[in-house]
Structure formats: C-alpha cells, structure tokens
Design a protein around this ligand. Structure first.
Ligand code: NAG
Ligand code: NAG
Ligand code: NAG
Ligand code: NAG
Ligand code: NAG
Ligand code: NAG
Ligand code: NAG
Ligand code: NAG
Ligand code: NAG
Ligand code: NAG
Ligand code: NAG
Ligand code: NAG
Length: 547
C-alpha cells in the first residue's frame, strides 16, 4: 500500500495516520485513544532549523481533525497553524498535507489535535528542532536525548466529556484521574501495565525534552538522587541553572541535562501535580524509572519529595530565575540578546482577565467577559477572500477593560505590525492558568500577585527575560509578556488548559501588513481547503437543490 502522494516527495516528510485505537488502553478503562501511526504518543517529528517540513495527515477518525504545532512560529505562514481560525478541518476519511518551515528556530515542542476536545484523547507527539551543525550550542553534545511527554489523563470517553461540558459541575470542577508519562501509567500501577523507563549508562549525559501535554494540571518534575541542568525553554537557551525539581505548566516544554552520576541502580522519575495534595490524589503522581544499564534491581525507597505543591512562592521564584542566556547564539550565530527589550517602546497593551461564567445556562470561560465563539469559517480564509466581512468584526471587544455583559463573540483584535505589544494576563481562577500565543515567542517580563497596575512595570525584568510561547499565570495573580509583532498573520492567543480553551478562553490577534509582496506574508497553499461560508460543495449542493 503506497500512501505517499507521489507529487510531494521531500526528504523531511512525515505521514501521520490518525485513528482511535481500541487496543491502546493506557489504563484499564475502555475508552477511545487517538493514536498516530499506531503509536500513543505519536511519532517524533525530528527537524533542523530552517527545514521545510511536510506532514501528511490522514484522518481516520469519525470526526473532523486539525493538528497544531505548539511553539512552531509558522513565520509569514499562519495558513499552516492548524487552529480553527486558520484552517478548515481535515474531514474524516481524507488527508491533508501541512508544509511549513522551522524558520530560525531551535528547541523542543509538541503537536496536538486542536479542535473538538480531541487532545483529551491523546493525539500528541514530540517535535525537535535541532541546531544546524554550523551553530554552536551552549553545552556539550549529550550522549543521548529522550522526549518525555507528561500529562494528566481522564478515564472518560472524550466525546462524553465533551458533550457534558454544558454542565457547570463537570466543566468547572472535575479533576483528571491519572498522570501519564509518554502515555504510560505510573510504576507500580495496579493493572501491572508497562511504566515508562529510560536506560542510561553510568557517566553519560542525557538531554530530557519534557513537555506538559496534559489538559489541566501543572506538575513538579524530579528524578531521585539526580539534579538537572536547565538549558532550554521552548526554543530559547536559558542561563544554565542546576535544579532539584522543575515546575512545568500545561503546554510548556523544557530541556534539562541529567548526568548519570550515581551508583548503578534504578531511580524514580516523578511528576506530581501542583495545588493538589499528593497523598489524597496519589494516582495523579506520574512515576517512571531511570534505569542504569548495569542495574538489576527495581527502584527503592519513598518517591523523592518535591516542594510543597501549595507553595506558590517556590514556583514563582523558580519562574523568575529562568533567564535568557543573552550571549549565546540559538538558531543563528548572533546572540539571543540582540533584541534587548530594556528600551523598547510599547505600542499596545492588552490586559486580559479570565473568569468562569454561566451564559445562557451553559458554563463558559470568558476573557474580559467575552467567550470566544468558534465558527465554521476560518478567519484567515475570510480575510483572504472577503477581507473578513460577514465573518468577524475587527476590534469589536475590549482588550483593556471588561465587557459590561458577558457575551459570546468572534474576538479578533488588531496587533500593530512591527509594534511591541505588552500582554498582561490576570488569572481570577483558583488554579494555575497557562496562556499561549501562536506565531511568536514572547518575553516573560513579570509575575505578580493581586491586581496589575501600570506602576508595577517598575518590577519587570527587562534585562534578560526568557523568550517562550507559553506562560503560567498563578491564581489571583498576573503575568506580563512583551512580543514584537513582526510576523503578519492571524494568530491564536489561548489558554492551554483544554476546558478553558474549549469553553471560550481564546481570541485572535490579526497582524496585518498592507504590503502584498509575497516575500512578506505567504499566499495560501495550493491545497487550501474551503469550508464554512466558502464550502464549495455545500454551496454547489445548495445551488443544485434550488428550484
Ligand atoms: C534527528 O535528526 C538529527 C539530525 O539529522 C539526527 O542526528 C538524529 O539522529 C535524529 N534523531 C532521531 C531520534 O531520529
Ligand atoms: C490524499 O488527498 C489528496 C488530495 O485531496 C487526494 O488526491 C489523494 O487521493 C488522497 N490520498 C489518499 C490515499 O486518500
Ligand atoms: C551562555 O552561553 C555562553 C555561550 O554559549 C556560554 O559560554 C555560557 O556558559 C552560558 N551562560 C550560562 C549562564 O548558561
Ligand atoms: C545569566 O548569566 C550571565 C552571564 O553568566 C550573568 O551575567 C547574569 O547575571 C545571569 N543572570 C541570572 C539571572 O542568573
Ligand atoms: C495532605 O493530606 C494528608 C492526608 O489527608 C495530610 O496529612 C497532609 O497534611 C496534607 N498535606 C498538605 C501539604 O496539605
Ligand atoms: C510569598 O511571598 C510573598 C511576597 O514576597 C509574601 O508576602 C508571602 O508571605 C509569601 N508566602 C509564603 C507562604 O511564604
Ligand atoms: C540592554 O540594554 C540596557 C540599556 O542600555 C543595558 O543596561 C543592558 O546591559 C543591556 N542588556 C544586555 C544583556 O546587554
Ligand atoms: C537605552 O537607553 C539608554 C538611555 O537613553 C541609552 O543610554 C542606551 O544606549 C539604550 N540602550 C539600548 C540597548 O538601546
Ligand atoms: C478590510 O477591513 C479592514 C477592517 O476590518 C478595513 O480597515 C479595510 O479598509 C478593509 N480593506 C478593504 C480593501 O476593504
Ligand atoms: C460580566 O458580565 C456579567 C454577566 O453579564 C456581569 O454581571 C458583570 O458585571 C460583568 N463584569 C464586569 C466586571 O463588568
Ligand atoms: C446588559 O444586559 C442587560 C440585561 O439583559 C441589558 O438591560 C443591558 O442593556 C445590557 N448592557 C449592555 C451594555 O449591553
Ligand atoms: C461541505 O459541505 C458538504 C455538504 O454539505 C459537507 O458534507 C462537508 O462536510 C462540508 N465540508 C466542510 C469542510 O465543511
């Protein structure tokens, strides 16, 4: 069986066959799991800076599907971003080829299904963007690398959960059941299912690329008797710091180096949830094993203890200590610190507050009292064909104040092309939120408790803020980031928490460049799909049936 479309044979091509696999049961419950090429998690997409990547997705699910490439910036090319505002879904039984370039990027990322709550059923997999050989990396080449996707997981059928999202108790109060490491339940799980294990050789150094692929929970990551050297966050080399444990929030990715410098034995790898008592929620503690090749024994002793999960100060202090290494090159030889944000002039400020709300009897999550209304027509397609008209109204909702009445809306906001934007996220909820911006890396300049006010800009770190694409916002607190809007396109700004996103915590930033030169923004791809008000088959059908 030859499934490769013969017209597009490129060296960096991935074929992703997506289906629900009833034989993959990470836990004993019968539930649909979205597998890719028979794997859960899906296969590694292994690329190098500036590669053109072709990913041919065959949707064998019984419902529409889209993948998004978390943290891949899709430079000048939001056509490939794979969210509801940029792409028509890939219909069941059909295939679609994404083509994108990992332009000027390095680092650790992951992909996942972006619509229909499908992420709760899996469908995620790792992405690496390796450095080109000519670019120096600020640490010695590790002996091996491991991708480690960790996330909370629920026993329910995602379609049932999705349909119950109209119930406020389920939407707002339910807690996942278990923490999986690369799709595997914890060491010592009662079903005797395989747990995750990494084999290492004493004396060697390993790079772990850790991502939080879960739906809800931040976790603290640690390895028994081993310390970690933090080296990378979502495509930025950090000031290297030695850590006993690392907090990873939903949608974030990190690289740490681990030296196998202990006696030959097996050691626990732990990911325990934040803001939950690990004694009361012991099934939510992910446990894997670091196995020394000469070890013959299983790991022993209590699990390594991490910080108190309720100690938010630990987490904030650690977050503030993660800095950009300003002097190292990343994708290019010039140092990351070429962009010094100390003196930048801010052209726009958005202050975005989340909250839970019941609108017309159904639970929703709002941003400034607006719950994003997901529509069938991609905003980007509407921009291209009818300048947005009839699909959305630009700047119809406030981004600095709160809408007087809670409402639904297709919220699309102007981002000034080549302007610096300051985004302030305020979290009015009781759990740790996580915001993500497609199309850009943003500079994480500040965290604070309580309300944000302009005077708090004094507290920003404008010296060496780390650049990343997903940032946590602590309960009752705020986080501020800067981004340089040099990437024209239609860009999703969302909560990475699946329920929040599904229930409306998102909006789009439209960065428009009037210059039609295709060297600036790319034209639509040749395989552009049409849907919503531009669905040709639907309009033909309608035409055909018209008397
Ligand atoms: C990923 O690609 C790099 C560069 O081509 C190669 O050296 C490495 O072995 C690949 N890794 C995997 C796991 O395929
Ligand atoms: C994949 O999609 C293309 C474009 O729609 C189509 O021509 C091709 O037949 C499809 N391939 C398979 C194996 O379904
Ligand atoms: C920053 O990068 C430089 C250049 O690669 C390296 O020499 C230095 O050790 C790094 N500094 C820290 C604190 O990680
Ligand atoms: C980051 O590293 C540089 C160079 O070693 C140093 O000057 C700077 O103080 C470090 N920043 C932090 C926050 O550790
Ligand atoms: C967690 O729960 C256990 C048992 O209910 C209790 O003894 C312990 O103090 C709690 N720990 C924290 C950090 O709240
Ligand atoms: C956390 O830090 C804040 C600000 O520094 C301080 O007011 C508060 O008491 C600290 N909380 C704990 C539990 O240490
Ligand atoms: C950035 O610019 C400011 C102001 O000129 C300067 O104080 C600071 O040292 C610069 N940062 C770096 C990392 O060079
Ligand atoms: C920032 O502004 C200060 C004061 O105007 C100036 O001395 C400095 O050179 C500027 N730094 C950068 C990186 O532009
Ligand atoms: C497209 O829409 C924007 C705002 O929605 C408007 O400012 C602009 O003039 C329109 N352009 C054209 C060519 O109609
Ligand atoms: C948000 O909307 C709700 C419900 O419509 C309204 O009661 C509330 O006052 C609004 N919030 C603010 C801060 O205006
Ligand atoms: C808010 O909703 C109330 C009740 O439906 C209505 O009377 C009022 O006019 C609305 N206010 C705004 C600003 O839309
Ligand atoms: C287009 O319309 C047809 C006929 O109504 C429907 O079967 C199909 O799912 C629609 N396609 C998209 C991408 O919305």
């Amino acid at each position: 069986m030859n499934l490769w479309p013969s017209s597009v044979l490129f060296p960096l091509q991935w074929l992703l066959l997506v289906f629900t696999d009833s034989t993959i049961q990470p836990v004993s419950q019968l539930q649909p799991v979205i597998a890719i090429n028979g794997l859960f998690p899906g296969p590694l997409i292994n690329t190098t800076t500036n590669d053109y990547v072709h990913v041919n997705v065959f949707n064998n699910l019984d419902e529409p599907l889209l993948f998004t490439w978390n943290g891949i910036q899709q430079r000048l090319n939001s056509w490939q971003d794979g969210v509801s505002g940029t792409n028509c879904p890939i219909l069941p039984g059909t295939n679609w080829t994404y083509v994108f370039q990992t332009k000027d990027q390095i680092g650790s990322f992951f992909y996942f299904p972006s619509i229909n709550f499908q992420k709760a059923a899996g469908g995620f997999g790792p992405i690496r963007v390796n450095n080109r050989n000519v670019i120096a990396v600020p640490f010695a080449k590790p002996d091996d690398e491991f991708d480690l996707l960790i996330g909370d997981w629920s026993f329910d059928n995602y379609k049932v959960t999705r349909s119950l999202m109209t119930d406020p108790t389920i939407a707002f109060d339910s807690i996942p059941n278990i923490m999986l490491m690369n799709g595997k339940p914890p060491f010592g799980n009662p079903q005797g299912k395989a747990f995750e294990s990494f084999t290492v050789t004493q004396g060697n150094v390993y790079r772990f690329r850790i991502s939080n692929v879960g739906t809800t929970l931040s976790f603290n990551f640690r390895i028994q008797n081993h310390r970690m050297l933090l080296v990378e966050t979502e495509g930025s080399y950090t000031n290297q710091t030695i850590l006993d444990s690392l907090d990873v929030h939903v949608g974030q990715s990190y690289s740490v180096l681990v030296t196998a410098n202990q006696v030959d034995a097996d050691y626990f790898i732990v990911a325990s949830p934040k803001l939950l008592n690990a004694t009361e929620f012991s099934s939510l503690v992910g446990v894997g094993v670091l196995h020394y090749s000469n070890s013959v024994a299983q790991p022993v002793g209590p699990l390594p203890t991490g910080p108190d999960p309720f100690d938010i100060n630990f987490s904030i202090d650690q977050a503030k200590s993660i800095r950009w290494n300003m002097t190292t090159g990343a994708a290019r030889p010039n140092p990351q610190g070429t962009f010094n944000v100390t003196n930048v002039t801010i052209s726009q400020t958005f202050i975005l507050q989340n909250s839970e709300d019941v609108i017309k009897g159904s639970p929703h999550v709002v941003v400034n009292n607006v719950s994003y209304l997901t529509i069938d027509t991609p905003l980007k397609l509407a921009d291209q064909l009818v300048n947005g008209s009839g699909v959305y109204q630009l700047d119809a909702f406030p981004v600095q104040s709160i809408n007087l009445n809670a409402s639904f809306g297709v919220s699309v906001v102007t981002g000034n092309h080549k302007g610096w934007i300051e985004l302030v996220f305020k979290n009015n909820l009781e759990f740790i939120d996580s915001w993500h911006l497609d199309g850009f890396g943003f500079y994480v300049v500040g965290f604070g408790d309580g309300d944000w006010m302009a005077a708090l800009r004094m507290t920003y770190n404008l010296f060496d803020p780390v650049v990343r694409s997903t940032v946590q916002v602590y309960p009752g607190g705020w986080t501020a980031v800067y981004a340089f809007l040099d990437n024209p396109g239609m860009w999703n700004l969302r909560s990475q928490l699946l329920k929040n996103w599904f229930l409306g915590q998102e909006l789009y930033i439209r960065v428009h460049d009037n210059d039609p030169n295709p060297a600036k923004e790319r034209p639509p791809p040749e395989n552009l799909l049409f849907c919503g008000i531009f669905n040709k088959s639907a309009s033909l059908l309608e035409h055909h049936h018209r008397p």
